[in-house]
Ligand binder design. Structure first.
Ligand SMILES: Nc1ncnc2c1ncn2[C@@H]1O[C@H](COP(=O)(O)OP(=O)(O)OP(=O)(O)O)[C@@H](O)[C@H]1O
Ligand SMILES: [Mg+2]
Length: 254
């Protein structure tokens, strides 16, 4: 499966993650094509979030190898992985509720440039990030909310702000864990459009339960069940795979 490394921005080779004796990720090998939108699906408890955390190095793999953009990151610290351009959505996106939407993005830009945020630092220093921050807000459709306190944003808009703060790191690849979870139809449609926009020139790997979101965005889909990768392919081949049907049966997900 993994035959031409340059085509793939991310590769997992025989990745295992144990919690005690429990195998949450069980010998998973897969590869994500550069520039694609790749979805990771599977029933609850399949190991998707654990696998995401291992890929972004928030959790160390118990064994196996992870290669990002040609470099072995199996033993690399998560902050360094992010600097190399592989960014998990919550990484710097803990939204500061008491700051405005614009300030949140400026702070993210500042920390992305290597400075940890100093609450005492003068607003003037943050102002050098004003233009880029406004560009990112434009991209995620929050220009008209720039001066609103983050705490006052509706839930769907907060998730868009999270995407903006994540993009502040200028990632080559984004890992999004359930970007439409808890959203109504209107916010879901907006998030689909946003991910499609963001995906231009980047690679996106997302965990997503909503199969209509998956089918409208994904070039490739991989299915995890009980820690194992049971299928990989385009939407139709995965949806018609008997192993996938069996895994979803009785799981509460159609
Ligand atoms: N820190 C941990 N310690 C022990 N077990 C854990 C830990 N994190 C996850 N697990 C277990 O690993 C399994 C996979 O969990 P994970 O959260 O990765 O699943 P998931 O596919 O993301 O599920 P969901 O769709 O519900 O988000 C579950 O059985 C979970 O209880
Ligand atoms: Mg999860």
């Amino acid at each position: 499966m993994i035959d031409n490394a340059s085509n793939f921005i991310l590769e997992a080779h025989n990745v295992v993650r144990r919690f005690g004796a429990f195998l949450a990720v069980d010998d998973v090998s897969f590869a994500v094509k550069r520039g694609s939108v790749h979805a990771l699906i599977g029933p609850n408890g399949a190991g998707k979030t654990t696998f995401f955390n291992v890929l972004s190095k928030f959790l160390q793999p118990s064994s196996g190898r992870i290669v990002f953009d040609g470099e072995d990151i199996s033993r690399t610290e998560p902050s360094l992985v992010a600097r190399r351009g592989l960014v998990r959505s919550f990484q710097i996106s803990a939204v500061f509720q008491t700051m405005t939407v614009l300030e949140n993005v400026k702070v993210a830009l500042q920390s992305a440039r290597g400075n940890s945020f100093d609450f005492w630092e003068s607003g003037k220093i943050l102002n050098r990030y004003d233009q880029r921050a406004r560009e990112l807000l434009e991209l995620v459709g929050l220009t008209d909310r720039a001066d609103v306190l983050a705490s006052q944003l509706a839930y769907g808009r907060k998730r868009s702000l999270e995407i903006a703060t994540t993009l502040a790191l200028e990632p080559k690849m984004l890992l999004l864990d359930e970007p439409t979870a808890g959203m109504g139809t209107e916010d879901i449609d907006r998030m689909i459009a946003l991910i499609r926009q963001v995906a231009k020139g980047k690679t996106v790997l997302m965990v997503e339960h909503n199969l209509s979101v998956v089918s409208s965005l994904s070039d490739q889909i991989s299915v995890l069940a009980r820690g194992k990768l049971i299928a990989s392919g385009d939407y139709n081949s995965v949806a018609n795979d008997p192993l996938v049907k069996k895994a979803y049966m009785g799981s509460g997900h159609a």
